[in-house]
Design a protein around this ligand. Structure first.
Ligand code: PNS
Length: 158
């Protein structure tokens, strides 16, 4: 069975993330969406537990997707679960510059490989932080995040 981990802070998951997870699930038997971050600290808009719940909700129709969280080094999670593949999305050369050293470090530490999927053109400009900023000032984020996430953001920010 082939398993990949799709790691990230997912504060919150966007339609761009969801597209990467869905496409990855066509290439691996299981895709674990892994929310990284300290579970006891709320540093973002949503706590780690809330992010996990939202991702579970928006991926529940995909039987190949599971959701978990982790507060330590990513490679400690992949080693403990015998996972040899990470999947990340690339929107631009900026993402590439950010991701390359992490992928190389992770590979050096344990040999885990990182697979990159190019972001769909529809989602190239979407990020969790931009959607939060737009939502914070009352802008319309319909279509940028799943509907359940849009509603949860509205509730948080009101
Ligand atoms: O979507 P993000 O927030 O850019 O994802 C970054 C993430 C979560 C993949 C990265 O910060 C990470 O791997 N965090 C876990 C701690 C770790 O392993 N750090 C060393 C990375 S080489």
């Amino acid at each position: 069975m082939t398993v990949a981990v799709c790691p990230g802070s997912f504060d919150p998951i966007t339609n761009g993330h969801l597209d990467i997870v869905t496409r990855a699930s066509r290439h691996f038997d299981e895709v674990v969406v892994l929310v990284t971050g300290n579970p006891t600290k709320t540093t973002g808009l949503f706590s780690v537990a809330e992010r996990v719940e939202l991702i579970r909700e928006v991926t529940r129709d995909n039987p190949r997707v599971t959701v978990d969280s982790w507060g330590g080094l990513l490679v400690d999670y992949t080693t403990a679960h015998q996972v040899t593949a990470l999947v990340k999305g690339l929107r631009s050369s900026l993402d590439y510059e950010y991701e390359l050293p992490m992928a190389q470090m992770n590979r050096r530490l344990t040999g885990v490989d990182t697979y990159f999927l190019l972001t769909d053109e529809k989602y190239g400009y979407i990020s969790s932080s931009l959607t939060k900023e737009v939502a914070k000032y009352g802008g319309d984020i319909t279509g940028l995040v799943p509907e359940a996430v849009r509603q949860a953001m509205k509730d948080k920010l009101r």
